[in-house]
Design a protein around this ligand. Sequence first.
Ligand code: AKG
Ligand code: FE2
Length: 357
Amino acid sequence: MKAEGIPLINLSVFNSHDLPSNPSSIETLVEEIRDACKNLGAFQVINHGVPLEKREKLEMTSRKFFAQSTEERLRVREDEANPVGYYDSLFTKNVRGWKEVLDPMVKNPIVIPASHEAGDNGLKEVVNRLPEYPSELREACEEYAEEMEKLAHKLLELISLSLGLKANRLSGFFNDHTSFTKLVHYPSCPIPHLALGISQHKDAGALTILAQDNVGGLQVKRKADGEWIHIKPTPHAYIVNVGDTIQVWSNDRYESVEHRVMVNSEKERFSMPFSVNPDHNVMIPKYGIFENIDSLRELAQMLQWTPEKPLRVATGFTHMGIADAIVDLVIRGATLRANNFKEIEGVIITPVNSLLT
Ligand SMILES: O=C(O)CCC(=O)C(=O)O
Ligand SMILES: [Fe+2]
């Protein structure tokens, strides 16, 4: 099924919170996820198990929050020290988009790197800044986030399976996740031809699970022909975008999708993207996660591996197939540095020169 060029995936076989015990019952579903992630990097899900009343409650509180005076909204404005809260970019000559946002985190507080500077190992604590009005906003956010976490878990399991990995392969990366909900308001815009709600970008996290209202404006870029596809609102559905983190974990099998939001002169629009982000200290290996000998061989080929370009291999050595693959590489003359091996589940391979200090 398609909804205006974007696959529409029915999750009903997966509706309880656990994976069905019979793997063949979800084979088709896993295939659909694989095709959607490969071809577009985005899809919509229906029968996703998220109760409609939780979504509607948060949508209502979001509308109430943004309907307040500018002064009230600015009371919870984020700043450099604590980059969580309200921000708007309405008055910045549209380069940053015709929108305003409130972005509460799921876990509160969270600890994140103090800066993006290489070599800065400092950490800082970030706390949610939530408004007093509407009074039900905090509860609505918490209840909604709980549902989003469950859906995210299902989607990550399906994506793992679709990559030939165990269903729970990615779960361990999300114990102290840094996911957050974004309440976004795009006011109607008198100069829609000169502005964008959000200009073309990719999301950095693992996935984004997005609820949009019935106005429309989101577009995703189809890699095959560079065409922008309008995502027509499907009532109660969620749009799922593949982010950069999944792109890396999947060794580019799935690419994060470029998207943007158009604005219009008549209607304001509300959306609620939920960013599914791993723990801040999770290592995102440059060449993905491999659990079988074929993918390791494929990688060696992809890297045009030669003895002059040695690889560093890190592995738990629990999997005979992997050990065989390493032997295979050794036979081809690789310089393997056994004392550099780290005991990490699965296999991570990176060219030596980018890892050695
Ligand atoms: O509002 C939307 O439809 C998309 C928002 C988005 O892409 C983002 O916040 O990263
Ligand atoms: Fe986005």
